[in-house]
Ligand binder design. Structure first.
Ligand code: T5A
Ligand code: NA
Length: 206
């Protein structure tokens, strides 16, 4: 039987450096094995376009439950492709996943279990790499404040939820205040061992 690919998820508060690390990891893994990048929200689909308008245009009003379900639906519409990809032996690096969905919606005051329910049944990651950064440091980084959720008060709630309610055995916390190359080295050693082990690990669901 062909060895399946791994699902490697990146999570963290806004501007923690996920996209930078996802790209660095993709570039290096690509040299030796087949790997694909995915990001959520995927702003290209019709649902993703709706999400994008909500995030970028503060005049767009949507009930908190509705936007939560759209973020989840945006993951469900990628499910088949994710399964096909890993079954073909390719690994997937994912920039944000269901943990973002739960943390950002629960930070608005929605019930935690209600927030988790719509994502149940999606493929579970083999590892979640949580980029831990202080709100103050994130705030100093480029373009902070452009999108809807980028306020200090809100990000503080998101960070608290990530760090106190989300962690499961697949979580690895890394120090995201390091220089990009140093952070990349930490991440790479975590990911190499996950990819090695994946052969012996059945794919779970959330
Ligand atoms: N959301 C998402 C939900 O509410 N529910 C959901 O279900 C999902 C999936 C958009 C928003 O949607 C919310 C969460 C978000 O608020 P997004 O498109 O992923 O999600 O947007 P962001 O996470 O905000 O992505 P960003 O591009 O803003 O941040 P990244 O990817 O974390 O950071 P990155 O790598 O682009 O870097 C940001 C800046 O910092 C610098 C970079 O050069 C850049 O200027 N930087 C560093 N500086 C110093 N040291 C380092 N190590 C650095 N790494 C990067
Ligand atoms: Na953002």
């Amino acid at each position: 039987m062909m060895k399946r690919g791994a699902i490697i998820v990146f999570e963290g508060i806004d501007r923690c450096g996920k996209s930078t690390q996802v790209q660095l990891l993709h570039d290096v893994l690509q040299k030796s094995r087949s790997v694909e990048l995915m990001r959520f929200p995927n702003r290209q689909t019709p649902i993703g376009q709706k999400i994008n308008s909500y995030l970028t245009d503060k005049a767009v009003q949507l009930d908190d439950h509705v936007i939560h379900l759209l973020f989840s639906a945006n993951r469900w519409e990628a499910r088949n492709q994710m399964l096909e990809t890993i079954q073909s032996g390719k690994s997937i690096i994912v920039d944000r996943y269901a943990y973002s969905g739960v943390s950002f919606s629960a930070a608005k005051g929605l019930d935690l279990d209600w927030c988790k329910d719509p994502d149940r049944g999606l493929p579970a990651p083999d590892v979640v790499i949580y980029l831990q950064l202080s709100i103050e440091e994130a705030q100093k980084r480029g373009n902070y404040g452009e999108e809807r959720y980028e306020t200090v008060e809100f990000q503080r709630k998101v960070k608290d939820l990530y760090e106190n309610k989300m962690k499961d055995p697949s979580w690895k916390v890394v120090n995201a205040s390091q220089k990009p190359e140093d952070l990349h080295n930490d991440i790479r050693s975590i990911v190499e061992s996950v990819i090695q082990d994946v052969e012996h690990t059945p794919l779970n669901t959330l």
